[in-house]
Design a protein around this ligand. Structure first.
Ligand code: ATP
Length: 329
């Protein structure tokens, strides 16, 4: 079945097709001219690179917040540009169908906004699938089987935990702390403790860099001295980064752990044998899987492709309308 699987996230937008796999993976940022605010001038990496350096007359727009559409006109312009880039021209003229992933905690109004944006962006038929379900499918799990699966999704704007079984949701919790709050926590920490002010992108790079830095090693971070205003570099131990983020990660874990209270013993025993699946970019945060393991008291496994598994699952649903039907209620 020809079409697109679309994960329209707060931080990243990922699009897949059954023929070619992931065809677009770009930040959910758009540049518009102030005079023409509903037409994208640039999207993705090109638009995000202008954080803190946007020239006059041009505005940087983020069409999604906390995983949902915040402004219909901007979202339509963004999705139109995304489809034009992801789908070959001849496809686009034939109005492809698409399956969007939506947060499991999205309200009916938020879900309707997403459907509307898809139709107005030129898609023929639009379906929705909850993000944790799409992520599980993208990781090879069948969410229709009579067995409970617990999926934790740590995105840029929201963190969610969802237990699914036999085409339905058993339990769900959402937390508004996620990847971007971790960047902010690190920004705040270096300002308070090292007296330097770093940009948003630098704070995020340091957070992500901690995942690939060996224990005992440090990361170099550059910013502006809070007193003199001059450029300055500092080095941060990876353990220091983990500690600076601890209050935020603990907040995320505590909110999500409450989901376990609603799970019947049989579901817990399913999760015990299979493990909790962690998806979303935040899954790669240093020490997070361990923290979940300690708090849940359950084995935890990180998705192999945490940033793209949701779009992969949404794409797979193009061939499995029974999945979309089961989880559309
Ligand atoms: N190696 C890493 N370590 C820590 N965080 C990471 C890493 N790689 C990416 N991230 C973070 O993952 C987040 C983006 O994840 P993802 O693309 O899953 O979110 P999203 O789908 O856009 O957001 P949402 O689900 O909230 O709408 C960003 O905050 C990014 O900084």
């Amino acid at each position: 079945m020809r079409g697109l699987g679309i994960d329209l996230g707060t931080t990243n937008t990922v699009v897949g097709t059954l023929e070619d796999g992931i065809v677009l993976n770009e930040p959910s940022f758009m540049l518009v001219r102030n005079k023409d605010p509903h037409r994208a001038l640039a999207i993705g990496h090109d638009a995000r690179a202008l954080i803190g350096r946007t020239p006059a007359g041009i505005t940087q727009v983020r069409p999604m917040r906390d995983g949902v559409v915040v402004d219909l006109d901007s979202a339509r312009a963004f999705v139109t540009a995304v489809i034009e880039r992801a789908a070959p021209r001849r496809w686009y003229r034939r109005r492809p169908k698409a399956i969007f992933s939506a947060p499991a905690g999205a309200t009916p109004l938020e879900r309707r906004a997403l459907l509307e944006v898809g139709h107005e962006a030129g898609l023929r038929k639009v379906g929705l699938i909850p993000e944790p379900v799409a992520g599980a499918i993208g990781c090879g799990i069948n969410p229709l089987e009579a067995r409970a699966h617990l999926v934790v999704n740590i995105g840029g704007g929201t963190s969610e935990v969802t237990a699914v079984s036999f085409g339905g949701v058993i339990s769900h919790r959402t937390c508004q702390l996620a990847g971007e709050d971790l960047d902010e926590a690190l920004h705040h920490y270096v300002r308070e403790e090292h007296h330097i002010i770093v940009g948003e992108l630098t704070a995020e790079r340091a957070k992500m860099g901690a995942a690939d830095t060996a224990e005992g090693q440090s990361l170099v971070v550059e910013g502006l001295d809070g007193v003199t205003g001059r450029a300055r570099m500092i080095s941060l131990d990876v353990e220091e980064v983990v500690e600076a983020l601890r209050p935020t990660t603990t907040g995320i874990v505590q909110t999500l752990t409450a989901c376990l209270d609603d799970l019947p013993p049989q579901a817990i025993s399913d999760v015990m044998s299979e493990g909790v699946l962690v998806i979303g970019g935040g899954a790669m945060l240093r020490g997070l899987a361990h923290l979940f393991e300690e708090s849940f008291g359950l084995p935890v496994k990180t998705a192999e492709r945490p940033l793209t598994c949701v779009a992969e699952g949404a794409t797979a649903c193009l061939d499995h309308p029974e999945l979309v039907a089961a989880y559309s209620g």
